[in-house]
Write a protein that binds this ligand. Structure first.
Ligand SMILES: *Cc1c(COP(=O)(O)O)cnc(C)c1O
Length: 462
């Protein structure tokens, strides 16, 4: 299995190399050269299996020679052992034909743990074999950073630096990043918004001297290994609702387009997904793009669903690559337009294909709160604001096949917004008690490439 860049100029890599690299050297994102498919019988055989067994069957074809069969099974087992629910990704029924896929039972209470815990295992195994060290740098709107720190803290062959937008993450999110005492963890509060953090991250990867000097690795959702791990719960949930004999639809609260792109891959692998619905908050660039055919960057307006406060949706490049007929030069052109003018127009053929693959909707702040309030008496569920956005859009797209809405975080991660909406004080689960008593360790830093690279070099040389 070979991985190729969406911009067509970087070398082809194996799964392990693509995972350790993150962003391709031509600025593109790695995708598999061919998406393997599973037969109807192979999907049917997943019914009744454990999450880990389904994960193995879904991911094995993508991994190639990078890990042995038993080794890969072991990594999957370790990755999910710390989850607080035996089903890992349990389904709850919200109403007629509407189901909630709870993806928040991992150690940091957001769906990011599904990918990050596995990536942590895979990095450790690969680096140990190679006898190498890496510096992981990540940008986060809150949840990726805490999940990455949880997955990599204390590992011998990794330093982890996480940039978050100062003042724009919730207290729980910040404390999850700033309280781990392990010396290989570095939380950086950047003076800017999430898009600034993500832009500086790309700058670091494009600074090839720095990249090679420190052994830079990325675990943002641009990392193919993360997308892959997220494909699994589309299969596990669809199969428990009758796939492959019955179609299933999904609604996905979307920011960086990683989670929903995993659903798109599941469909390409043969899972009968009818609708794949993009749900955005007021920072609705993806919804506007689907409506107008123009991808136009505007400012980010902070919302009560901060993990979706994004205007530059990195993984969108992967789907563009497909709808542009896998033409790397065309993608390079589109991305050049984007950096020069802050916008680009999608070609007629490409937007038509996108509209066949995805539906979309946007939810205002008031509607988000109203949905949290409304769903509690109707279903008994206390939704986090991101999940509420999904549920609202999911309800608008109910049909004769089951709708699965992805619940991306636990409400305890966003207690203020939840309390304002429905009056409920959601406490932290027992494994996180004490979070507010621990000391914080954080370094403020300017939104500037040189300031960041200088800081990272200093820390590594200590
Ligand atoms: C990251 C995140 C999202 C958005 O996921 P993408 O893969 O970036 O689209 C939604 N909700 C929560 C709680 C998140 O942490």
């Amino acid at each position: 299995m070979k991985y190729i860049s969406t911009r067509g100029q970087a070398p082809e890599l194996t799964f392990e190399e693509a995972m350790l690299t993150g962003l391709a050297r031509d600025g593109g994102l790695y995708v598999p050269e061919i998406v393997p498919t599973l037969t109807k019988d192979e999907i049917a055989e997943m019914a009744g299996l454990s999450y880990e067994d389904i994960a193995y069957r879904v991911m094995r074809p993508f991994v190639g020679e990078s890990f042995g069969d038993d080794e890969f099974r072991g990594l999957i087992k370790n990755a999910y052992a710390g989850f607080a629910h035996d089903a890992r990704a349990p389904l709850k029924q919200l109403g007629p034909n509407h189901f909630l896929l709870e993806l928040f039972h991992g150690p940091t209470l957001a769906f990011k743990d599904f990918a990050m815990q596995l990536i942590g295992q895979m990095f450790q195994a690969a680096l140990t074999k190679r006898g190498e060290r890496v510096v992981i740098v990540g940008a986060t709107s809150g949840d990726t950073g805490s999940a990455a720190i949880e997955a990599f803290k204390g590992l011998d062959n990794v330093d982890v630096f996480i940039m978050f937008p100062e003042g724009r993450v919730s207290d729980v999110q910040r404390r999850q990043m700033t309280t781990p005492p392990e010396s290989n963890v570095h939380a950086l509060a950047v003076k800017g918004d999430f898009d600034d953090c993500q832009a500086r991250l790309k700058d670091m990867f494009n600074d090839h001297d720095f990249r090679d000097e420190v052994g830079l690795a990325g675990v943002n959702s641009i990392n193919w290994g993360r997308v892959l791990a997220q494909v699994v719960y589309y299969f596990s949930s669809a199969v428990s609702l009758g796939a492959p004999h019955r179609e299933v639809s999904f609604t996905v609260p979307t920011g960086n387009f990683g989670d929903i792109f995993a659903g798109y891959i599941a469909r390409k692998m043969g899972l009968p997904i009818r609708d794949l619905v993009i749900a955005t908050n007021q920072n609705d660039i993806l919804h506007r793009t689907m409506e107008t055919g123009a991808y136009t960057k505007e400012g980010v307006t902070p919302s009560i669903s901060p993990s979706m406060d994004i205007q530059v949706s990195s993984n969108f490049e992967r789907v563009l690559f497909d709808v542009y007929g896998r033409d790397g030069a065309a993608i390079q052109q589109v991305m050049d337009d984007m950096s020069e003018k802050g916008s680009f127009t999608i070609s007629q053929g490409a937007i038509e294909t996108l509209r066949e693959e995805f539906k979309s909707g946007r939810v205002s702040e008031d509607e988000t709160s109203a949905t949290i309030k409304d769903m509690l008496p109707r279903s008994g569920e206390v939704l986090c604001p991101h999940s509420a956005i999904g549920v609202r859009i999911g309800e608008e797209h109910l049909s004769d096949v089951p709708m699965v809405t992805l619940a991306t975080a636990h409400p305890a991660k966003f207690p203020a917004a939840v309390k304002d909406a429905c009056g409920v004080d959601v406490g932290l689960p027992t494994h996180m008690e004490g979070l507010f008593e621990r000391d914080e360790r954080v370094t403020p830093v300017a939104n500037d490439l040189t300031a960041l690279t200088t800081l990272i070099r200093e820390r590594l040389n200590k």
